[in-house]
Design a protein around this ligand. Structure first.
Ligand code: ACO
Length: 402
């Protein structure tokens, strides 16, 4: 076989692939996507099956360790998640340092990185047992940090985790309990959040996962690598799109602008507007996650007897895009973010926490990708090249001559 990297190094050629549209950055056994057919599988299992039958924690274990957990695995992992859910006292003090206006994603990335300072066995993750503890610590602390960042942003006391509660219920408790007012999450709310997290668990080499791998390739620790993933996820073209979708639907509702007029604005390139929640680098048919979420949003609002006007606008936007040549020709279909905001709103999650919820869900994928690099004895540091476009022959000029 031809060794492409050797050939390139010897020939001096550099491949330029802007935005990495056609560049494979790694070999991976975690997630399979067929973008033309709208297929997504974690470790070979269709997302539709997992969405119907599994839970976020089971899927997390599957994504990280490669197989469905036995009952013993599941129980042990659940126990670890509960056991490691509290934050060290020093970490709790950090929350006091953030201004009330701090974005929860800024707090999340900073606090995950800060947690590195409290991790004793950070670099000794050399077998499944130590990985399981590290993964449980990271996933569990992320959940606690996420809820605490919300509480500090609204000026309410931080709620401590409850050891008797499961992962999703415990998060809802930390988010929504206020002193002297106990909160018991409704089963349909816990179910919907479980589904949301499960559908976000991994998605091969997207922007944030590639970032995690990039950082991991320098042998940085799991917490630092995942903190970098949070920063990459924050942007509106990636995880931040779930916020942008709601803002867009709210704009259409508040302004009273007909959907058709909004679509025309989006198609005008000078407007620099995009139809948020539409399009995907890989899915050129439909995003299977958006289909599942659309149905879940429908079911949930019906069960809760909620009539969300934004859902009606969302359906109108979807129908308009499917009938419009601009979107059809470019294969722009609703992505996972299009319906996820409707579900999160119904659960009561505030809009600026939406991307944090995505990060909580994506944590197993980041951990699994970090592990693939960490376990690979042949892994090399990621170090792309560039095509230099600046001046090549300049000289330093004394300050008074410039
Ligand atoms: N609305 C209007 N036009 C769009 C949209 C959109 N949402 N997305 C792409 N296009 C157009 C582009 O303007 C371009 O048109 P042109 O060929 O006339 O120049 C064409 O479709 C191709 O677009 P690219 O930007 O090259 O597509 P790319 O693969 O780089 O981008 C992305 C994918 C970022 C998802 C893009 O579709 C987008 O910005 N969508 C809106 C934001 C969004 O929903 N992001 C969430 C992605 S999923 C996730 O992260 C979980």
């Amino acid at each position: 076989a031809v060794d492409i990297s050797k050939l390139r190094a010897e020939s001096g050629y550099i491949t330029l692939d802007e935005g990495y549209g056609n560049t494979g950055s790694c070999r991976s056994a975690i997630t399979y996507i067929d973008g033309d057919q709208g297929i997504l599988r974690y470790r070979g299992i269709p997302i539709e099956e997992l969405a119907e039958k599994s839970s976020f924690i089971e899927v997390a274990w599957l994504v990280i360790f490669g197989t469905l957990p036995s009952k013993a695995d599941r129980d042990r992992f659940s126990d670890l998640l509960s056991e490691h859910s509290a934050l060290p006292t020093g970490m709790l003090k950090h929350f006091e340092g953030f201004p009330p206006s701090a974005h929860p994603m800024a707090i999340l990335s900073a606090m995950i990185n800060a947690q590195s300072a409290y991790e004793p066995g950070l670099m000794q993750i050399d077998d499944d047992a130590s990985l399981e503890v590290a993964a449980a610590r990271l996933m569990s602390k992320v959940r606690t940090i996420a809820a605490a960042s919300y509480k500090s942003s609204v000026g309410q006391p931080i709620m401590h985790p409850r050891y008797d509660m499961r992962y999703v219920e415990n998060f809802l408790h930390m988010m929504f309990t206020v002193p002297n007012r106990p909160y018991e999450p409704a089963p349909e709310v816990a179910k919907a959040l479980n589904l949301f997290l499960l559908l976000h668990a991994d998605h091969e080499q997207n922007c944030s996962t590639s970032t995690v791998r990039m950082v991991a390739s320098s042998q940085a620790n799991m917490f630092a690598s995942c903190a970098a993933g949070v920063c990459a996820l924050w942007g509106p073209l990636h995880g931040g799109a779930n916020v942008a979708v709601i803002e867009m639907l709210e704009f259409i509702k508040e302004s009273g602008m007909p959907v058709s007029e909004y679509m025309e604005k989006v198609k005008d390139k000078d407007s620099r507007l995009r139809l948020m929640g539409f399009g995907h680098r890989v899915y050129k048919n439909f995003d299977p996650r958006s289909k599942i979420l659309k149905k879940a949003a429908d079911d949930m609002l019906e069960q809760m007897d909620v009539d969300d006007p934004l859902l009606h606008i969302a359906l109108e936007v979807e129908a308009a895009a499917l009938a419009d040549d601009y979107f059809v020709e470019r294969k722009l279909y609703p992505n996972v973010d299009f319906y996820s905001g409707i579900i999160l709103r119904a659960i009561g999650i505030p809009v600026d926490m939406f991307t944090v919820m995505f990060a909580m869900g994506r944590m197993p994928g980041w951990i699994a990708n970090w592990k693939e690099i960490h376990d690979d004895p042949k892994s090399r540091i990621y170090r792309p090249r560039q095509i230099y476009t600046g001046p090549v022959d300049q000289h330093w000029v004394p300050r008074d001559e410039r």
